[in-house]
Design a protein around this ligand. Structure first.
Ligand SMILES: O=C(O)[C@H](O)[C@@H](O)[C@H](O)[C@H](O)COP(=O)(O)O
Length: 235
């Protein structure tokens, strides 16, 4: 399903509203909600919108599990880390249970700068039976990447639930990412993009091109949440 809204600000606020309802509904059914966050500018806008959303007060944040779809492999607190940006955008204002915030390892963590070990640690935290992911959000890159899964990159073939990525075409070069099998285990996958520089890859994917964004599908639902500019080449 493709949902198109006029601009990036409206996209961020409508995705935040959709996320709040999804969390509320998941908690009504399961008692908890599990959300996979992503990095990038649109993702940060969504989280900032969430912090301004009155409906978010209906969420029991102590029963929300947060995971990440990928992470830039940097020291904890580095401004370029997706976790840092999510905390600044909203997380640090929410009464979350720290034990339920599953950040990906940092280079000052127990594995140091060993990204392979860090990815293995995250895979262990995910467990042999993956958690229930109610919604997994992804930004979309200008080249059609999602998370840290880049076209033509060895990381696309990664097995297991999480993998290290080296020589990323998008800086920084070293990252940890969920693999496609983990992404595709999510109940719903939301691909969120704004701006004209996303029009070509999104149009290509909807035209049948084989790009990573096209492989990010949810078990029950796959949503493309776009502004008009990003959707402008979908035919
Ligand atoms: O760590 C990252 O860089 C992100 O996870 C990456 O996959 C991002 O979501 C896209 O590149 C879109 O980023 P923008 O929304 O900033 O264009």
């Amino acid at each position: 399903m493709v949902v198109v809204v006029p601009d990036a600000d409206i996209l961020a606020s409508t995705v935040a509203a959709r996320l709040a309802i999804k969390i509320i509904d998941a908690q009504a059914v399961h008692g908890t909600a599990s959300v996979v966050l992503t990095g990038g500018r649109v993702a940060a806008k969504v989280l900032r919108s969430l912090s301004d959303l009155p409906a978010a007060a209906a969420i029991d944040w102590s029963r929300v599990d947060l995971w990440w779809g990928d992470e830039r492999f940097l020291p904890s607190g580095d401004p370029d880390r997706n976790e840092t940006q999510a905390r600044e955008a909203v997380l640090d204002k929410l009464p979350l249970d720290p034990a339920r915030v599953h950040a990906m390892p940092a280079t000052d963590g127990p594995d140091g700068d060993d990204a392979v070990a860090a990815a293995a640690r995250y895979a262990a935290e995910l467990g042999d039976t993956l958690p229930r992911f109610d919604v997994l959000m992804l930004g979309v890159g200008e080249d059609g990447h999602v998370a840290s899964l880049f076209p033509g990159h060895p990381g696309l073939e990664a097995t297991g639930s999480a993998a290290a990525v080296f020589d990323s075409p998008k800086p920084p070069p070293t990252r940890v990412t969920l693999t496609f099998s983990t992404i595709r285990s999510a109940d719903e996958v939301w691909l969120i993009a704004a701006g004209p520089d996303k029009a070509a890859p999104i149009g290509a994917v909807h035209g049948g091109a084989s790009l990573p964004a096209g492989s990010a599908v949810g078990v029950r639902k796959t949503l493309w949440l776009l502004d008009r500019a990003a959707a402008s080449e979908i035919r």
